[in-house]
Design a protein around this ligand. Structure first.
Ligand code: SOE
Length: 402
């Protein structure tokens, strides 16, 4: 590992924002590239520095530090949050450690970025939110990482809804489909155990679509009716399974304790209706997030597989010429695009993490609460809890706690 990626050129003159990240798997890699890239794409008031990365396996985290450009590697997050070369703690771990790391980081005077879902339970999310609100009064900021808000096309959709371009919302339908659990031999990893992940597709994918739906609609869900299912209830234990895992079958399989899929309907405070589907068993669908909003004056539709595009139907046009048209979201006046390429040169999934870092850096420099805040993350957690409660009560309509 070299020295911290010290900013050069115009970056050198700006105060640093020294990041310490906990976790180095998929989200750790995605956030690392966000921190590496953001200062070179955007003109920022602070210069992010990749100070230190943390993981339990010393060799693996050292390799991750070298691969992703972190200046130091440690194995205990408790040390990381106290280091004097860390201003912001970025939490990219499984959900069962979000609360303890965030609470320690806030107590140590650090800013925090926490991956979604905010926590595994409403109680944890409430404690995190209270700590974040107290820390905010000390000038510390905390954000939860709902990165799909930061696709230029979804940010444009949010602006269009807010401008009234679809009129009053009547319907929203959103699906988030993956298929990596179709194979019954896929092992019992942490995402399939309630004590580690809190829930299955609901917290992993459902959290994204609940947040995105509320963000685009500009309002919150009042209540839900839900069902969940676990299609494969026992899976092979992963190689080297931790002592916490016990086999429930003679062939060494362990019990799955989370949902494979969640389907739910929701009613917004305005009375608009919504439908949600989150599953990791939709054969052939790899990371298929699609959302459509129907209003009195028009509709908007987004497909993550075509993330540089937004479909728009202007219901005020005469029927002869009306229809869904494709907005290619690559113009310099589209959200975030001024920093990137000429029109027509698209962005990708990884850019959402660059945009997330950009927005957090600006919020910290300007001393204003970032969105989504921990309070936003808590509200999503309360929707997920209402979904689970409804599903346990034979889909009875369940109001979302406020
Ligand atoms: C699930 O496989 C997952 O990695 C989510 O955890 C991420 O939040 C999503 O962006 C991609 O899919």
């Amino acid at each position: 590992m070299g020295q911290p990626q010290q900013p050069d050129g115009p970056e050198a003159a700006k105060p640093p924002l020294r990041v310490g990240m906990v976790g180095y798997a998929f989200m750790g890699a995605a956030h690392s590239q966000g921190w590496r890239t953001v200062g070179r794409a955007f003109d920022l008031p602070l210069s992010p520095v990749l100070s230190v990365i943390c993981g339990r396996d010393a060799d693996a985290v050292r390799r991750a530090a070298d691969r992703h450009g972190w200046a130091a590697a440690v194995t205990d997050w408790r040390d990381l949050v106290e280091r004097d070369d860390v201003d912001l703690v970025d939490i990219c771990t499984p959900g069962d450690s979000h609360a303890e790391i965030a609470l320690a980081a806030l107590a140590a005077g650090r800013h925090v970025l926490c991956e979604k879902p905010l926590a595994n339970t409403v109680g944890e999310a409430e404690a995190m939110t209270a700590a974040a609100q107290a820390a905010d009064r000390r000038g510390q900021l905390a954000m939860v990482g709902f990165n799909y808000r930061r696709v230029p096309a979804t940010a444009l959709a949010r602006n269009m809804v807010a401008e009234g371009r679809i009129g009053t919302l009547r319907h929203l339908r959103v699906t988030y489909l993956q298929d990596w659990l179709v194979d019954p031999e896929f092992p019992l990893t942490w995402r399939l155990r309630r004590e580690r992940a809190g829930s299955g597709a609901l917290g992993d994918l459902g959290a994204h679509i609940v947040d995105l739906a509320q963000y685009l609609a500009g309002e919150r869900l009042a209540g839900v009716s839900a069902m969940t299912e676990t299609f494969v209830r026992e899976r092979p234990l992963p190689a080297g399974a931790s002592s916490g895992l016990s086999a429930v079958r003679s062939d060494g399989a362990g019990q799955v304790t989370v949902d494979d899929a969640a389907l739910f309907t929701g009613r917004f405070a305005s009375g608009a209706l919504a439908s949600f589907e989150a599953t990791r068993c939709a054969t052939g669908r790899k990371n298929a997030l699609r959302i459509e909003l129907n209003g009195t004056h028009g509709s908007l539709a987004f497909d993550l597989e075509r993330l540089n595009e937004l479909s728009y139907h202007d219901g005020t046009e005469p029927g002869t010429y009306a229809g869904f048209r494709r907005i290619l979201v690559t113009e310099p006046d589209h959200p975030y695009l001024h920093a990137w390429w000429p029109p027509g040169h698209g962005l990708g999934y990884e850019h959402t993490f660059v945009h997330q870092a950009r927005d957090l850096v600006h919020a910290i420099a300007e001393g204003r609460g970032p969105d989504p805040s921990f309070a936003d993350g808590l509200q999503v957690q309360r929707v997920l809890a209402a979904v689970q409660e409804s599903a346990e009560k034979n889909s009875v309509y369940t109001t979302v706690a406020v």
